[in-house]
Design a protein around this ligand. Structure first.
Ligand SMILES: [Zn+2]
Length: 807
């Protein structure tokens, strides 16, 4: 774009003379050129720093903060009570947490009740069991009545935790934030709209609490605005990462009313591609609109015993609460009757706020960027800075090389690091990921610098810069069609780059203007792409560091004219000076390559596993009460040495333990523990017109987190099924146990199941299983040494007992 021509690019001597546009003369002197490079880099660094500072969390305010404000200090007192220990749905610990929440909301003078019901899984009605997943749930629901309601605002968080950890962040953060928001709202002026506080149960198991509330609570009957608060880590900015469809008006309120609005329409697209789910899934329904927010950095502790209150970054809690309170107040006074716009917005954070524009502008903007880059290419050729052939080379292959090479290199780097440290395989992210993230960025920079230094003389700076912008513009069009929320990432930098280049080309004077123009254009790329890189690392984890590397390369492509200033003006100097300048030009590439290696090494040295940062391992125990055979099982694909002491090869356990969901697991022999299988009592058995109806009661004989029941479909076909009085979908899957159901948080008195079957002549075989948590009391179990931890998963530390009942 505005880059000066080289001899190679123009085929003419590039010594300043009549053939060289006046604008370029200013930069032919090496000292001036270096000065311009330094100034441009300082400006870009300042823009980058500003963008990153904008992502910082606010300082947590103390418990003495004014009563109408959110205080992380006050909320944290609730975090400590809620996350004192693991409190999985159905446990006694969860009963205590619920009692605390109820008492806090009643204490605020709010109408408070517990919704106690049985509900199916949200989103998908058939679970891994090939039948249905249901749970007994108890949601705490409180209402702050509005003065003249136009609708309802729901603040939602789940109060249950996983079995493997106390849930200090997930989701004591959301629950405590909502209690503190409720307090601040209750002391202030009454809102116009109803505000409903919904603390859900059994989110971790099946999103069943939210599903129960959305589907059957009277306060949910007319729908409304849902604000869901989550945490999938321990620190970092709170990101608004999911919205209901046609979100333009909601995003507008978010940009205006959230004090720290961090969110991008690209995150919405990323999230859809991830296998994660939250309570918000239950509200993806015509009746509801809403926003879903979470902080996600520090993912190493997610769902593990380390997710304690002490692990929480209270700045993240403050941001969660500040935003939730601001949004609750604004939605509390907004007319809620018409919040669904006709379109989605494109939005992203910049220092000082949230940029947003209507989604229908996405494709026109993308096409405009293509046209602008084409115009730049045409003018570049006309001004003699590049031939058609070189422009084609710059676009055709040259610019594509770093776009492909950098992500592949980043993935290979992580493969090398996990080979050295296999324990990383079971972590969402390392405990101290910063060194590895910087290594990936240095690697991407090394690739861009090397590529540029190698091709600059052959193809020319102008052709390479235009080629890079052309790829950005083209990606913008592809994204606009396939992933519209992410199109701004490449469209806007391409547009800015093309305009900057055009300005630089047309500036007919000596002086700083060409450099100012290309630097300003690169600044747009930095402001948009740098926060994206920084947010992508925790969102996807190091295992997908290649995606961040890709975005880093795109950022590099927007800044090529600035990178070019680090290189000598071709033909600008002669002899020794030129040689010295050319040597200087390989410095950035070399420095970045060395930095990548050093940073990866520092990461390996600093982020070692120890008692406070253990290598997570996955182990469970399964006992067949019919045969007396017991096994250790693990989901680790490449078992670590501690796990290796329990399991050997991969075994198919699908026949014996269909309730575990996974057929293939690592397994090893174990001593049989003296544990009772769940009881299956026949309450009624009637055959009528070829259909046999069995009314059964499945009763765990110990404190169980879940119970499952499967039907051997070689003995009978399941026609209809009812669990706790509600019919569930009957959807046969392959294999012996073609029908099954999972019941989370089963009550002590058991679960009633009614099956209507077409039998195949003989007895019907049913397989009953229940599962509790904690392996400590099992014969043959040796406690983990320091440095060996527990994987944050829904099945680690699980203890399952199963047996078959022929009826
Ligand atoms: Zn969770």
């Amino acid at each position: 774009m505005g880059a000066p021509p080289t001899q190679a690019a123009t085929g003419r001597p590039a010594r300043p003379g009549p053939g060289v546009p006046p604008a370029d003369r200013a930069l032919t002197r090496p000292r001036r050129r270096l000065l311009a490079a330094a100034a441009a880099l300082v400006a870009l660094a300042a823009v980058g720093a500003g963008s990153l500072l904008d992502l910082r969390t606010p300082a947590p305010t103390p418990a003495s903060a004014p009563a109408d404000e959110f205080s992380a200090g006050r909320a944290y007192a609730d975090v400590q009570v809620i996350a004192a220990r693991s409190h999985v749905a159905g446990s006694a610990a969860n009963d205590q947490v619920r009692a605390h929440i109820e008492q806090r909301l009643r204490g605020l003078g709010l109408e408070t009740e517990v919704q106690d019901t049985v509900a199916p899984e949200a989103g998908q009605l058939s679970g891994a069991a090939g039948g249905a997943t249901v749970a007994r749930v108890r949601n705490v629901v409180a209402r702050l009545p509005g003065t003249d309601p136009t609708g309802r605002v729901f603040l939602v968080a789940h109060y249950d935790s996983v079995q493997t950890g106390p849930g200090g962040n997930d989701d004591a953060a959301g629950t405590s934030a909502i209690l503190e928001v409720a307090r601040a709202l209750a002391v202030g002026p009454k809102p116009r709209n109803d505000i409903v506080f919904v603390l859900t149960d059994a989110e971790e198991a099946c999103l069943c609490g939210a599903s129960a509330f959305a589907a059957s609570h009277p306060l949910a009957a007319d729908g409304g605005v849902v604000l869901n608060l989550e945490a999938r880590g321990s620190t970092g900015p709170v990101i608004m990462f999911e919205t209901s469809k046609n979100n333009a008006r909601l995003v507008d309120v978010f940009g205006r009313a959230a004090p720290h609005p961090v969110g991008t329409s690209f995150a919405v697209e990323i999230y859809r591609a991830l296998p994660n789910d939250t309570d918000f899934t239950a509200f993806r329904d015509e009746k509801f609109v809403g926003l879903n927010s979470a902080y996600i950095d520090g993912g190493a502790i997610y769902h593990t015993p380390l997710d304690t209150p002490a692990a929480m970054d209270r700045g993240s809690l403050q941001q969660h609460g500040d935003n939730a309170l601001g949004l609750a107040r604004e939605f509390g006074r907004t007319d809620l009757t018409d919040l669904r716009a006709g379109h989605d917005a494109t939005y992203f954070p910049v220092p000082g706020g949230l940029v947003r524009y209507p989604g229908w502008l996405t494709l026109p903007l993308a096409l405009l960027a293509v046209a602008a880059v084409a115009a730049l290419g045409w003018l570049t050729r006309r001004s003699g800075r590049a031939t058609v052939g070189r422009l084609a080379a710059g676009f055709g292959l040259a610019a594509l090389v770093p776009i492909v090479v950098a992500p592949v290199a980043a993935q290979l780097l992580w493969l090398a690091i996990t080979t050295i440290r296999p324990g990383y395989a079971e972590l969402l992210d390392p405990y101290r990921p910063i060194w590895y993230r910087l290594a990936v960025l240095a690697l991407a920079a090394a690739i861009v610098f090397t590529w540029y230094a190698l091709l600059r003389r052959r193809i020319g700076p102008a052709a390479l810069a235009v080629g890079g912008l052309a790829w950005l513009a083209l990606l913008g069009v592809l994204l606009a069609v396939a992933v519209p929320g992410g199109a701004y990432l490449t469209t806007l930098p391409a547009l800015a780059g093309a305009l900057g280049g055009l300005v630089a080309l047309r500036t007919r004077q000596t002086g700083p203007w060409p450099v100012v123009a290309v630097t300003a254009a690169a600044a747009v790329g930095v402001a948009i792409l740098l926060p994206t890189v920084v947010l992508l690392f925790p969102a996807l984890g190091m295992a997908m560091g290649g995606v961040a590397a890709l975005v880093a390369v795109l950022l590099g492509l927007t800044a090529l004219p600035v990178v070019d200033l680090l290189h000598p003006q071709a033909g600008g100097q002669r002899g020794l000076l030129a040689l010295r300048a050319r040597r200087l030009a390989v410095l950035p590439a070399g420095a970045a390559a060395v930095a990548a290696v050093v940073l990866a090494g520092v990461g390996l040295a600093v982020d070692r596993f120890d008692a406070d940062h253990p290598a997570p391992t996955h182990l469970m125990y399964a006992l067949d009460a019919g045969t007396g055979q017991a096994r250790w099982l693990s989901r680790e694909t490449d078992p670590q040495s501690w796990t290796d002491g329990y399991v050997d090869g991969v075994t198919d356990v699908g026949d014996d333990f269909p309730g575990l969901g996974d057929a293939e697991l690592r397994a090893g022999p174990a001593q049989a523990a003296n544990l009772p299988a769940p009881k299956l009592d026949v309450l009624a058995d009637a055959t009528n017109g070829g259909e046999r109806t069995l009314r059964l009661r499945l009763t765990p004989q110990r404190t169980a987190r879940l119970a499952t029941l499967h039907v051997d479909t070689s003995t009978a076909t399941v026609l209809r099924a009812e669990v706790a009085g509600r019919s569930v979908p009957v959807e046969a899957r392959d294999g012996r146990w073609g029908f099954g159901l999972v019941f989370h948080a089963p009550p002590q008195e058991g679960v009633e199941v009614t099956l209507t079957l077409r039998t195949k002549g003989g007895q019907v075989a049913l397989r009953a299983m229940d599962a509790s948590d904690g392996l400590d009391a099992l014969p043959g179990f040796r406690p983990r040494p320091p440095g060996v931890g527990v994987v944050g998963s829904h099945s680690s530390e699980m203890l399952a007992v199963a047996r078959t009942y022929p009826l």
